[in-house]
Ligand binder design. Structure first.
Ligand code: SAM
Length: 412
């Protein structure tokens, strides 16, 4: 006979667990997550179960099973290491009309626990004819498919509405969040940026409208106005719009302007954070932005205007004086003025500097220099945006890591 799969809603309902060993330790957290009132009967427990008892999450009767323990339970888990006890528990449950799962004997068990997984509001349960490894493998495949959205339908009844501002990460398509990827797979319209992980757009269905924000005509500020209007227009037309941005939407990404515009126009907005290039691009070449004994702070600076420019609000004097790591975005074209200002305000000319272009992408390249040589080295190397400049002794840490790796015969 095939098993009949149901979803038990255990909230506030008693579940008896007999046995306090490894199996009970695995089952009890899932029962608690479903809201069950767990009563444990066992002479001994594992430390993990003991913690749950101390926290008041489960009730523990510290003794062997006794006839009558099943009374009042909706479900029984017979997990003791004695087959004799499990048989007694199962017999009592059967006589009382209570479902009992036996951990020791699948054939003798009235109910089976499926391999289960949770992705958002979706619960997956798999039974594979009594083969738990096979069931777990299939469960993993389905959960993975839901997480990366390859199984999620754009036409699901629970389709999101409005606009989702999704941080796409630094460029490597593997560095978008699970939630971001799920929302992208459900989009009707995607408004994308130049630095967003564009390879993900190839996976979208043919009828998804893709608007390249970088190609929207007119000047810079007009473009932002037009992007705002696109988001609202499409959302109001009943489309689910994903605004896919590079890095994190709130790090020099004008994300909050888009949120404000949508909010003012009554369009619901979800913000999905992304991995910012400010941390992930240095990390892609082994540079930690902080390191014990080397840097206790790091400053992320937008260099879209140069030091000394009346539009600049950056305190270059303070940055020159500080010992923290500097992570400079949009700095390539203004690097001469930046290096000069930092040295004028106190940074030594031999301060290590790294410049990373196209970080995390297949064309990634990195240049190691010092504050005194970086401009010349960047010109000689033909560095182009997008690039991140890291200033500080943390660059040396990456050098050290790479040297050790090279010594070990591995590619740095
Ligand atoms: C307008 S800012 C956007 C930053 C983005 N919101 C983030 O959190 O990463 C664009 C700048 O980010 C940096 N950047 C973004 N992606 C990069 C990458 N893959 N490699 C190097 N620099 C990158 C460059 O300095 C680029 O000029």
């Amino acid at each position: 006979m095939q098993p009949y799969l149901v979803g038990l809603r255990l909230n506030g309902r008693r579940v008896l667990v007999v046995g306090g060993g490894r199996v009970a330790s695995r089952r009890v957290p899932a029962l608690l997550a479903a809201g069950a009132e767990v009563v444990l009967v066992a002479p001994e427990t594992t430390p993990a179960l003991d913690d749950l008892v101390s926290d008041g999450k489960i009730v523990w009767h510290r003794r062997p099973y006794e006839t009558g323990d099943c009374h009042g339970a909706w479900l029984v888990q017979a997990c003791s290491d004695s087959s004799k006890i499990n048989t007694a528990v199962a017999d009592e449950a059967e006589a009382a009309g209570i479902w009992c799962v036996r951990a020791d004997d699948a054939e003798a068990s009235a109910a089976w626990t499926p391999a289960s997984g949770q992705v958002g509001e979706i619960t997956v349960g798999v039974l594979a004819g009594g083969d738990p490894r096979r069931a777990a493998g299939i469960r993993d495949a389905v959960v993975d498919g839901l997480r990366d959205a390859t199984l999620e339908s754009r036409h699901s009844r629970h389709k999101p509405v409005g606009v989702a501002l999704v941080g796409g990460g630094p460029g490597d398509p593997g560095l978008i969040t699970v939630k971001g990827r799920q929302l992208l797979a459900q989009a009707d319209v995607v408004v994308t940026d130049r630095l967003a992980p564009r390879v993900l757009l190839d996976e979208l269905a043919a009828d998804v409208e893709i608007i390249d924000a970088a190609k929207i005509p007119y000047g810079r500020s007009v473009t932002q106005d037009r992007i705002n209007e696109y988001l609202v227009e499409h959302a109001r037309a009943g489309k689910f719009v994903v605004r896919l941005k590079g890095g994190d939407p709130f790090v020099f990404g004008r994300g909050a302007e888009e949120v404000l515009y949508c909010a003012r126009h009554g369009v619901p907005v979800t913000v999905v954070p992304g991995i910012t290039s400010a941390i992930s691009v240095p990390s892609a070449v082994g540079i930690p932005v902080t390191h014990r004994g080397v840097a206790q702070e790091f400053h992320v600076v937008s260099c879209h205007v140069a030091p000394g420019d009346p539009r600049s609000t950056v305190d270059w004097e303070a940055l020159g004086r500080s010992h923290g790591t500097l992570v400079l975005l949009m700095a390539v074209e203004r690097m001469a003025l930046i290096a000069e200002a930092l040295m004028r305000y106190g940074r030594a000319s031999d301060t290590p500097v790294a410049v990373i272009q196209d970080g995390t992408l297949p064309d990634q390249r990195a240049l190691m220099a010092t504050l005194g040589t970086v401009v010349e080295d960047m010109t000689a190397d033909g560095v182009r945006p997008p690039a991140i400049v890291v200033v500080g002794d943390v660059v040396q840490v990456a050098r050290e890591i790479n040297m050790i790796r090279a010594d070990m015969g591995r590619d740095p």
